[in-house]
Design a protein around this ligand. Structure first.
Ligand code: HH2
Length: 263
């Protein structure tokens, strides 16, 4: 089966790797078109950075950033539009404007998120995090990272199901309340998340766990590491991979698919 690529479009001034790249609607749409032409099936629009210690963004500001982009992309119909938000009002406005996937890094901590998805018959990405982007670094304590993340995701999946959401992706949340070793372990054991009965989405792109390896300390030096992580994720059962570098990952995944077709 073809692994889907979710291309990242952060319309923020402060995202850790693409912040400030898309200051206007035109720039954002050009960026989205590049992602689509490079092979992204999904464009994930975000208006609030979730990197460690990011400043929370007021709802009105986030809406002003994302809504015109979501509206325009959904109207074009060239790719599936996903909204990366933790705020129910932003979620509802974007789903109403044509987004069909709700990507919530808090894993539906606010039950109104699941209700909004159900109301608009949208899919949901349930990502695992502990704490908030401001506190999560101190919360990376696990006896068994995969077992505990899986158990915590299971209860969030149950909530989504009970609200009537039909399409649910689970995401272990690389780098969110996970240290580098735990992020590598999640990639190594990704297939264990299949037990949750939902397709797996994973977001390793340019993240700081790669920066612990020699030569990848700087964000701009993490392309090869990102591609390697995407290949490992695909080999280990990921259905969707969320990346900035769609073109390079699409080519690498063509190799994975050719190999998997012969296993
Ligand atoms: N990672 C980020 C944001 N959203 N969503 C899912 N489902 N999975 C992830 O791993 C994930 C995510 C963080 O990366 P990025 O969007 O590049 O940066 P920032 O949060 O600084 O905007």
């Amino acid at each position: 089966m073809r692994v889907q690529l979710m291309g990242i479009l952060n319309v923020t001034p402060d995202s850790f790797s693409d912040g400030g790249l898309y200051p206007t609607l035109r720039a954002a749409l050009d960026g989205a078109h590049r992602l689509i032409e490079d092979g992204a099936e999904i464009v994930d629009v975000g208006g609030e950075s979730t990197r460690p210690d990011a400043e929370p963004v007021p709802e009105e500001v986030e809406l002003r950033r994302v809504l015109p982009v979501v509206e325009a992309l959904a109207a074009e119909g060239r790719a599936r539009v996903s909204i990366d938000t933790m705020k129910p009002r932003v979620a509802a406005a974007c789903l109403n404007a044509g987004a069909s996937l709700l990507n919530d890094v808090t894993g539906l901590r606010d039950p109104r998120m699941a209700e909004a998805a159900a109301r608009y018959a949208a899919g949901v990405v349930v990502m695992h995090m502990r704490g908030t982007p401001q506190t999560m670094r101190g919360e990376a304590q696990y006896e068994d990272v995969v077992g505990e993340v899986k158990a915590e995701l299971a209860s969030r999946v149950g909530l989504a199901r009970s609200c009537g959401v039909a399409e649910i992706y689970v995401d272990p949340g690389i780098g969110f309340a996970k240290n580098a070793g735990q992020s590598f372990e999640i990639l190594a054991r990704l297939r264990e998340f299949e037990e949750l009965g939902c397709p797996i989405l994973v977001g390793p792109s340019r993240k700081s766990f790669l920066g612990t390896l020699h030569g990848m300390e700087k964000v701009e030096d993490r392309l090869e590491g990102t591609v390697a992580a995407a290949v490992i994720a695909a080999m280990n059962g990921a259905a969707v991979i969320r990346v900035h570098d769609v073109r390079a990952c699409r080519k690498a995944l063509a190799v994975v698919e050719a190999v998997l077709a012969r296993q």
